[in-house]
Design a protein around this ligand. Sequence first.
Ligand code: NAP
Length: 152
Amino acid sequence: MAVPDRVAVVTGTSAGLGLATARILLARGWSVIGVARRPASLTHEAYRHEQLDLGDLPLVEAFAAGLAAEAEAGVGGTARDLAVVSYEPGMVDTAMQAENRAASPQDLPDVALFVALQAQGRLAPPERPASEVAGFLERDDLPAFSERRLGA
Ligand SMILES: NC(=O)c1ccc[n+]([C@@H]2O[C@H](COP(=O)([O-])OP(=O)(O)OC[C@H]3O[C@@H](n4cnc5c(N)ncnc54)[C@H](OP(=O)(O)O)[C@@H]3O)[C@@H](O)[C@H]2O)c1
């Protein structure tokens, strides 16, 4: 499906859920601005990478101001609509889960739960929540701010 002139800013695009979401949006015709501390692992003509530590608030503010200016400049003189989506993905089979399973019980008291979730095949592939995010972003009635969770 082609989605002309739509731009998504996706955090964490060097791995895991963010990478899967960026790939799916690019495949659906979006332009994607990805953010991570590591360099881009994605190469696509419609992908732009911002190497940025989201814990560095002054840098994040400067990045956000640049995005707002781009949105205001818009396409053909018309400002872009902006929407923010915060998404709770459930339990997803990514490096983060592998780190959890490898942690010591002293550092992570619930480590046995994370080991069991994988052993029971209860981790979703990253593409599942990523597809859901993409579908949600393409709704015509997208609110300015929304919080979603997998399957809801
Ligand atoms: N996997 C799950 O089961 C699960 C469940 C609930 C919520 N989540 C949340 O979903 C998000 C993605 O998780 P994931 O499972 O995909 O983890 P992941 O595979 O470890 O990937 C995390 C991504 O976030 C980026 N990142 C981490 N800290 C950053 C920082 N300070 N600034 C910029 N980028 C940063 C990493 O890139 P760099 O290292 O290159 O910066 C990487 O691209 C996380 O917020 C996680 O808490 C995951």
